[in-house]
Each structure stands twice: as C-alpha cells, then as structure tokens.
Design a protein around this ligand. Sequence first.
Ligand SMILES: Nc1ncnc2c1ncn2[C@@H]1O[C@H](COP(=O)(O)OP(=O)(O)OP(=O)(O)O)[C@@H](O)[C@H]1O
Length: 370
Amino acid sequence: MNVAEPGIVIEDLRKSFEGFNAVRGVDISVPQGAFLVLVGPSGCGKTTMLRMLAGLEQPTGGQIRFGDRTVATATGGSIAPGRRDAGLVFQSYALWPHMTVQANIEWPLKVAKQPSGRRKARVREVLELLGIAQLASRYPGEISGGQQQRVAIGRMIAPAPSVLLFDEPLSNLDAKLRVETRSELVRIHRATGATSVYVTHDQVEAMTMATHVALMRDGVVEQFGSPDDLLSDPASSFVATFIGTPPANVIPAVVSGGVARSGGKAIASLPPSVPTGPIDLMYRAESLRLAPGPAEGVLAAEFAESTPLAGRFLVSASVGGKRLSVIADDHPRVLAGDRIWIGFPGQPDGLFDSATGAKVLLEWAAGSPL
Ligand SMILES: Nc1ncnc2c1ncn2[C@@H]1O[C@H](COP(=O)(O)OP(=O)(O)OP(=O)(O)O)[C@@H](O)[C@H]1O
C-alpha cells in the first residue's frame, strides 16, 4: 500500500506514567495525505498517542517520524512542539476571547513573524476555505459553538502545517452539527493536503472520516486498516463488537461433533477443523432474523426495543443476558420484556477464540458461503 511518500511513521511507541503503561508498543505507518483515526474506548491511550505526536508528551520508548524527519524518540533529540510543522485542535476551542475571528486566525502567523501583507492574504484564504468570511470581525462570544470550532481549525491550518492533529474536536457539538462538521472537516483536510490524525471514541466518526483506522485497546492497536477492513474482516471479537452500525453480535457457544450449541440448543454447524469446546460465534445483525416460534436454529430472546432504520427495524433483544441486534422487516408487536424468537443461519459470519477473542481461521468445505 505504501508506495506513496510516508506521512507519519510510528515505531514501537510506548509511554508509561509512573509505572503505568498507557501506550504499550504501537506501530502504525500512513502515507502523506492520509486521514488516520485513533479510536477506542475511554482510557485506551488515544490522547496519550496524540500528545506524543504533538510533542506535549515525551515517549518512553520507540519513535515518531513525520515524512523523513524524526520528531520524537525515547532517547532524547525530540523536536519541540512548535517546530514539528504540526497543528493541534482540542475539544475545547480555546480561542482568544478579546480578539476577533480574523485576529485569532492571524495570531499564529504573527507569532511566526510573517510580514503583514502575507498574513492578511493567508487569513482571507483560510476564512474562504472554512466558509466563515462573514464572521471575520466578530468576537468568539458572538458566534456559535460550531463556528468557534471552525475558527479554531482555521487558526490551526493558517500556518499550513503538514500534519493536523485533532483531539475529539466535535464532541462539544450537538448531534446534527456533528454530522455536518464531519464531512466539512474531511473536505478541509483534503484541501490542505496535510496528513491528519484524529482521536475519537466514536466509531461512526472513525468509519465515516478515516482513510486508515487504528482501533486501540489497553494501550495497543487491536486492528489497523481501512474502515472496510475492520468492518468486513474484524481481527477479534472486540473489533467486531466495537465497529459497525449496529456492531456485530458475538455469542458464546460450545462445539461438539461439528455442532455449535448456545444455551444447549444447536444453532450452527461448523467444519470439523473447529475443536471441541467453547467458542464465540459472530453474526451480523442482517444475518439474524425474527422467527415465529421455537424451531431448529432458533433461540428464545427477551425483547428490549425496536428502532426504525431506513425502512426496516433494528430490533434489540437479549439471549441468556447477552444483547443481540437483528435487522427485521417488521416490528415484533410485543412489549419490552416479552418473549420473541431469533433465528440463526446455519453458519456464523465469523468465529473467535473464547479465551483470547482472536479470530479463528476457518477452512470451510469448497462452495460454502464463508
Ligand atoms: N499524566 C498522566 N499520569 C498518569 N496516568 C495518565 C496520564 N495521562 C494518561 N494517563 C492514563 O493513561 C491511560 C490512557 O489515557 P488516555 O487519556 O490516553 O486515554 P484515552 O483513550 O484518550 O481516553 P479518553 O477517551 O477517556 O480521553 C489512562 O488509564 C489514563 O488514566
């Protein structure tokens, strides 16, 4: 994939805080112009990664390169934040309240001692790119949260850095504005030609914005690839249940004689290469169906809720205390807590080791659907 110029190369990156390992050996490489999203649950080390990229945190191990420049190493010689040719935008906008929009965007250019004429021209260009020229002489207190975030982005891109770093920049916006700003941000990223790194805990943001996704868990990258790679071929049950709208279902089962049973009922037949014992079965919501009553390959479930979704329904129900999602053509016309029936296809969409969560490679017979 990487014939293009290297944008960012992260090698065996580590960070510990007083003996606590927040980042435990991360290797990621993306080409110039990529939009890399670091996503994962709270505390997985995303922000620590971004702070190391920005130069606000010194790595305990490994190194970071921007293009052909090494910007951070554990052994010293790291480049100071202001000299990395990188811009950073946080979740809080931190604009100067006593400066106009225009002055806020101009500020980093003044700090860089650019001549006035060049500064003014660049500020105009950035205001145009962001579609906020009409706000130029307002103060931050006189514009909306979404507009303030745009100004913060304008201030970041004004010096034309080659790396853009975003830390949950949309989390203070309301849901509708967040969706609109997502695509706007990607447009701005592309217009700058920079390589971006974007931190979020929202997998939908990751899947819609990224060219490359690193899903992190407990300080390591659980899977790195394109959004499509993670969705179509999750490397672990953690990835399968974190990514997707809705994420895939993973249910525990026990295999014996090539048959997988959940709660004692046979729901799938597996190739003979799958060893006897516990296993986790993955089913996408669209692979499951609502069944009219008990039958082979059908489990009883407790109905939770049903949400209309693009002309169909996303039905949630629990089986043995585990919540499952099913895409159905109709509402089950029952109340929360009532019994419904969920039908399983003969073969699951994937298998995971029940102890480690790692994907189990399958050798199905020729012509099988998997
Ligand atoms: N300065 C610090 N001192 C001690 N521990 C820290 C420090 N910074 C982060 N940590 C710990 O390192 C781990 C990773 O934190 P980090 O902020 O990188 O996670 P995150 O994935 O960004 O989480 P969130 O989405 O909640 O911001 C957490 O357990 C956190 O408590």
